[in-house]
Design a protein around this ligand. Structure first.
Ligand SMILES: [Ca+2]
Length: 440
């Protein structure tokens, strides 16, 4: 059996993916070679088609239970999970490698010291970002949290450096500093945005929601509300930001966030990522309908509240416009709403059918949306609702629970997909493929 034979005869037909063990081994070697040559990172160039996504073929296996309102999960290069809880706690796990023993996953719980943490409604400790400057035993982390009071609160970004202490066998906070606070407070505990991402040039992106009652501010270039902001790791606005020059006009720029603005016209962006080509993607909540995935470009206006495919919760029309000059339409529009939460762009060996797909978790719809986008168009979209496998054996179907509200999703460098469920007894869940029959 030649390599050519396998790639052509088996992979050109997406329905013939049941390989024998030798074929599987050879395929694995091919994929490994492609990855070594960095070919797999350029998914457009990869000739292997994605196998079909069968929404019945997945389950969720619990890894950690009883997490009180988990919000964000990221993994580091060693496949440890870093999980935030709204209450201000950080959970760090031991590495979750492809062959980990579920019972061996240990967690350390760290209470972060967050000045003026405002814990109410949707507010509290929210996102975590592991900066590119991190090493195996020294992590440079950014966190977002709601800071202030009921009358005046805003998203704040704090940098926390953590070091592994070998003697104590745990992570310790080495230093911490506040780097940025959104320069406009609000009196609602909702619509924070608060997602972070890092661009290839090391700059930081932060989504800031419209605060619900300030939606017109999403079109005010001087307000930080309803924006994606960009700054350096010290929190300073960057001179190549699209409206940076307007900040030099002292008359218009007083108390203005204009120097930090990267894109505008957002409602409440709860997912944010930078893909392998450096493109920035976000998802955001519409009102009733009009949930979106947007390709974020510097200086672009994404329409809210001038343009939306949704209507107000009351049923009132927000805008007569579904298009508007110089405002970008979403690449994905979910009407009715699914309430998108986290978002990840899958690149890994364990789920070849998901390679190069966006994975978006949904709160309201209790599902994972798998979306393939090429040339700014949706090519494929599949919704999966994997049940929780309570007995931790993907081959047994007698103890399944329905998919819960899902809060966030990520994947490890080894391709494992990790998901947080929502609520006061949230879980860390691992997506697994159901094994319907053993390999021949
Ligand atoms: Ca929009």
């Amino acid at each position: 059996m030649s390599i050519t034979n396998i790639t052509m005869s088996h992979l050109s037909s997406p329905y013939q993916m049941r390989l024998n063990s030798r074929q599987a081994l050879v395929l694995l070697m091919i994929v490994a070679c492609l990855q070594v040559n960095n070919v797999i990172a350029q998914s457009d160039d990869l000739l292997l088609p994605n196998p079909p996504i069968d929404s019945m073929q997945y389950t969720l296996t619990p890894v950690l239970l009883e997490l009180n309102a988990p919000w964000a999960i990221k993994t580091d290069a060693q496949s440890r999970a870093w999980i935030t809880l709204l209450s201000g706690q950080l959970i760090v796990t031991t590495p979750i490698t492809p062959f980990y023993d579920k019972n061996s996953v240990q967690q350390q719980i760290i209470r972060l010291e967050l000045p003026q943490l405002y814990l109410a409604g949707q507010g509290g400790l929210m996102d975590v970002l592991i900066l590119d400057s991190s090493t195996e035993f020294h992590k440079q982390l950014l966190f977002t949290y709601a800071k202030g009071t009921e009358e005046a609160n805003a998203v704040s970004v704090v940098q926390v450096d953590m070091e592994w202490n070998d003697a104590q066998n745990l992570w310790v906070v080495a230093q911490q500093q506040s780097i940025f606070t959104v320069p406009q407070t609000k009196s609602t505990p909702v619509h924070y945005g608060a997602r972070l991402a890092q661009l290839p040039d090391a700059s930081i992106l932060l989504t800031v929601g419209d605060g619900f009652d300030w939606r017109e501010q999403a079109q005010n270039i001087h307000s930080p509300l309803g924006k994606v902001l960009r700054f350096d790791v010290q929190g300073q606005a960057l001179p190549d930001n699209p409206y940076y020059g307007m900040a030099s006009d002292q008359n218009t720029a007083k108390n203005s966030a204009v120097a930090w603005v990267y894109s505008m016209g957002h409602r409440n962006a709860q997912g944010l990522l930078v893909d392998h080509t450096g493109q920035v993607w976000s998802n955001e909540h519409g009102p009733a309908g009009g949930d979106e995935i947007n390709l974020i470009r510097s200086g672009a206006n994404f329409g809210w509240p001038v343009v939306t495919q949704g209507i107000d919760y009351s049923g009132a029309i927000i805008s007569p416009f579904a298009d508007y000059p110089d405002m970008h339409n979403p690449i994905v529009n979910w009407t009715p709403s699914i309430a998108p939460s986290g978002m990840s762009y899958y690149q890994g060996l364990l789920f070849p059918e998901l390679e190069g797909h966006f994975m978006v978790t949904s709160l309201k719809d209790r599902a994972i949306y798998i979306v393939q986008i090429a040339d700014d168009q949706v090519i494929n979209q599949t919704r999966i609702k994997p049940p929780i496998s309570l007995n931790n054996d993907a081959r047994e179907f007698n103890e399944l629970a329905a998919t819960p509200r899902l809060r966030d999703i990520t994947h490890t460098s080894t391709g494992q997909i990790l998901i947080l469920s929502d609520g006061d007894s949230g879980q860390l869940l691992q997506l697994k493929q159901v094994i319907t029959q053993p390999l021949q």
